[in-house]
Design a binder for this molecule. Structure first.
Ligand code: CA
Ligand code: CA
Ligand code: CA
Length: 201
């Protein structure tokens, strides 16, 4: 059996898996409707009021994120991101300009974890983390696995900084040992969305 982990396409795989999370309505494209649905889902799963400050901040961050993503990744200018644009764009943008990761993803990741860290102590416990993963559509096995792998010292909580560094590794690292590879569980055990599969990704 071929060990796909050794084939060197780990980064591409992570990005394809992530497309399945961001295309919330499953229509094969990532666009404004998906980010609004994703923000609403994260807020609902954390059981916080939709008009609370962190919730409002999350909607705002997702909209800014979409604006920036379209600027960098919408190569054909149709106002939405296809799986091919997503893969080409993320690898191209971060490969050439790694500092763009902080510009594109960090403000959104911070807003997400402000919502998830409900008591604001700078750490996220297992329950809060699993609620986030549920909102992202991860399988129950992958939710649990992600938490175990990221919680290196096993104390049952993750600092927000640890999660942000996991994000960076997830989107930019080709290192098979990078801890952030586990952000959404086992990427080799996660189905790649239909549109990405059809596009031969
Ligand atoms: Ca969509
Ligand atoms: Ca496009
Ligand atoms: Ca907390």
């Amino acid at each position: 059996m071929v060990d796909r982990r050794a084939e060197g396409d780990l980064l591409e795989r992570k990005i394809d898996v992530c497309f399945g999370h961001v295309d919330v309505d499953g229509d094969g494209f990532f666009d404004e409707a998906d980010v609004l649905a994703m923000a609403a889902r994260i807020i609902a799963h954390q059981h916080i009021p939709i008009d609370s400050e962190p919730a409002v901040g999350l909607f705002k961050s997702y909209q800014e994120f979409m604006h920036n993503i379209l600027q960098h990744l919408d190569f054909d200018g149709d106002g939405r991101v296809s799986p091919e644009e997503w893969r080409k764009g993320i690898i191209g943008v971060f490969g050439d300009q790694p500092e763009q990761f902080d510009v594109l993803f960090r403000p959104l990741a911070e807003a997400i974890w402000r919502v998830c860290d409900r008591d604001g102590d700078g750490t996220v416990n297992a329950e809060e983390f699993l609620c986030f993963q549920k909102a992202m559509g991860s399988s129950p096995e992958n939710r649990q696995l992600a938490f175990e792998k990221l919680d290196v010292n096993g104390d049952g909580s993750l600092s927000v900084d640890e999660i942000l560094s996991a994000y960076r590794e997830y989107y930019t690292s080709r290192d098979p040992q990078a801890r952030g590879n586990w952000l959404y569980g086992d990427v080799w055990d996660t189905a790649v969305p239909g549109a990405a599969a059809k596009a031969g990704l």
